[in-house]
Write a protein that binds this ligand. Structure first.
Ligand SMILES: Cc1ncc(COP(=O)(O)O)c(C=O)c1O
Length: 401
């Protein structure tokens, strides 16, 4: 299962490809369809099987998936969309692409995912005064925390739910009746977005998908992925003069994914269970080895939630010094995330410090440690030993506590 441990640079995440992936890609290269061919539909069918989704539309990236899902859910000029700040910028940018504005809702202090109580607070505003049209829960680090609660709030207030599950392919949660759900099965969201970037749960190089229980949303995303062009005669606005006829019915994009990518992705999906299982083992090892260290705080996992462990994020004192010292030792730690609303672009739009104090405080302490399925147990041991040594040397300043 491992590449072995040494003093080589250990990234925080990376893909794991085998001969089967290479053969699948070569088979497409030798065939007739490099793009718009049958490998895409095969991949989409597998995505449905693996997640329990009714519909899956594969696109060129997770960002493209967010953009198209946002449009298909009807977000537009004048709308607000609730987004947690502890995420990759794309989750909030998608609202801007659609002409809407993100409204940042703080994260829960333990799970680091969107806090349902903060969302309720926002919804106490009178209609028209800062009430969002939709919400984008982000399954930070692979944890589908509070999913059922957020879905219930959204239902009560008529919000759409666009789940950013770019971290959480393969994650599961248990509903109030004790039934297990896979992220993407449509129970908690109108649309669920995945990313297949190489550090994610599976990869297609670049790629993403929209999963949805709604046929009309899938249809709209499919049309928008290909310039807004409709080829189904049943949906034409004007009479068709022949089989060549098609209609561009709205302004869409070229967000297509290729058959080459999807062939790779289909083999990767076959390996998903093994990948997630290995991530869980490695995460458990980190927890076990650091359980007695009060300087390290792990993400709180609510009962019934099974994370996909895309990231192993912890809070530590003197984070900046710990980060630099680990990097010097060849440990490719990272920081996920700088709060989105504090990026200069968002400050220029009028957002700023103090908006989401929990996320801002967490962001100053957070550190992502290496975690990817091809890691060896010994790699975890090395990271833990280095982290302990570095923490011993880094005297926590008052500002960290
Ligand atoms: C939470 C989250 N949302 C969206 C994205 C965007 O995905 P992609 O890089 O495939 O466009 C990412 C990728 O880093 C992500 O982590």
């Amino acid at each position: 299962m491992s590449e072995g441990a040494g003093k080589r640079f250990l990234p925080y995440g990376r893909q794991w490809l085998g001969e089967e992936e290479i053969e699948a890609v070569v088979a497409v290269l030798r065939g007739d369809w490099l793009t718009q061919g049958p490998a895409i539909e095969r991949f989409e069918r597998r995505l449905c099987e693996v997640t329990g989704a009714r519909h899956a539309v594969a696109v060129s990236s997770g960002t493209a998936a967010l953009h198209l899902a946002m449009l298909a859910l009807g977000a537009g000029p004048g709308d607000l969309v609730a987004v947690p700040p502890l995420t990759f910028a794309a989750s909030a940018n998608a609202a801007l692409y659609a002409g809407a504005r993100p409204v940042f809702v703080d994260v829960h202090p333990g799970t680091w995912c969107l806090d349902p109580d903060r969302l309720r607070e926002l919804l106490r505003a009178p209609p028209g005064e800062g009430r969002p049209r939709g919400v984008v829960p982000v399954h930070f680090a692979g944890l589908p925390a509070h999913a059922e609660e957020i879905a219930a709030i959204a239902r009560e207030h008529g919000l759409f739910v666009l789940e950013d599950a770019c971290h959480s392919l393969g994650a599961e949660w248990e509903d109030a009746a004790g039934r297990t759900h896979r992220v993407g099965d449509g129970t908690t969201a109108d649309a669920t977005v995945l990313s297949f970037h190489p550090v994610k749960g599976i990869t297609t190089g670049e790629g993403g998908a929209v999963l949805t229980p709604h046929a009309e949303i899938a249809e709209r995303v499919r049309r928008l992925r290909h310039h807004g062009i409709e080829r189904d005669p049943a949906r034409f606005r004007f009479p068709s003069p022949g089989a060549f006829y098609h209609e561009m019915q709205e302004l869409g994009f070229n967000y297509r994914i290729t058959d080459i990518q999807c062939a790779l992705g289909t083999v990767q999906l076959d390996r998903l269970e093994g990948f997630v299982e290995r991530r869980r083992e490695l995460a458990a090892r980190y927890h076990r080895l650091l359980a007695d260290d009060p300087r390290v705080t792990f993400q709180e996992i609510p009962p019934g939630c099974r994370s996909a462990w895309h990231l192993l994020a912890v809070e530590v004192p003197s984070r900046d010094r710990v980060f630099a010292a680990l990097r010097e030792r060849g440990i490719g730690c990272q920081v996920h995330y700088l709060p989105v609303h504090l990026h200069p672009y968002y400050r220029d739009l009028g957002y700023g410090p103090g908006l989401c104090p929990v996320a801002e405080g967490h962001s100053a302490r957070t550190l992502t440690l290496p975690l990817f399925p091809a890691m060896a147990d010994a790699d975890v041991d090395r990271v833990v030993a280095d982290l302990r040594e570095v923490l011993d040397k880094a005297v926590p300043g008052e500002e960290d506590r």
